[in-house]
Write a protein that binds this ligand. Structure first.
Ligand code: MG
Length: 189
């Protein structure tokens, strides 16, 4: 069982990759790497040991390939912000992504914060991303790929995808590159 307060720590692989990174991609899974089109036309199963016990393959290789292009074109590394970071270790997530074609480094995962703060206000996914940035960031540009809208203070870096439009599609890739390059903010698609 993972201690949610420990998963934000960087391991040697993550620390080394972050040291040379030029940008960050905060990556959700459901609605970004998978989408409704996969229900009728599922991709072939990967050989990743971490996915073998799943009932279905859950990453669209085309979406993972777009994340790879995003990282290659901007010098970005990946931080997992999906709730998948709760159920899976970082090693399992790296395995799943690499078996689907991601060569970019996955440096870590955002911390899991409580649902409410001390005043009863709802804590959003954007707050968890901001907490990771407060701990590890050195001023790198970043983009947040997510199909939900609870992005708090990282809203301007958010590229919103959808389960219904192919997840991380070509249009979202173009927008994500623009956000990292500072050409535009990432208001929802
Ligand atoms: Mg999602």
């Amino acid at each position: 069982m993972l201690n949610p307060w420990q998963i934000t720590r960087l391991d040697d692989e993550g620390r080394a990759a972050l040291a040379t990174a030029r940008a960050l991609v905060f990556l959700d899974v459901d609605g970004v790497l998978n989408h409704s089109g996969m229900w009728d036309d599922p991709p072939p199963r990967s050989s990743c040991p971490a996915t073998l016990e799943f009932r279905r393959e859950q990453f669209d290789p085309a979406c993972v390939e777009r994340v790879e292009r995003l990282c290659t074109s901007t010098g970005a590394v990946v931080v997992i912000s999906s709730s998948w970071r709760i159920a899976h270790s970082l090693a399992e997530l790296r395995c799943m992504l690499r078996c689907r074609g991601l060569q970019a480094a996955v440096v870590g995962a955002t911390p899991r914060l409580p649902d409410r703060d001390i005043d009863g206000r709802r804590i959003e996914r954007g707050h968890e991303i901001r907490a990771w940035l407060d701990e590890h960031d050195r001023g790198l540009p970043f983009v947040v790929l997510d199909d939900d809208g609870d992005m708090a203070t990282v809203h301007d870096q958010h590229v919103r995808t959808s389960l219904l439009t192919g997840g991380f599609n070509d249009e979202a890739l173009t927008r994500a590159i623009a956000v990292i390059l500072g050409d535009k903010t990432g208001e929802p698609l």
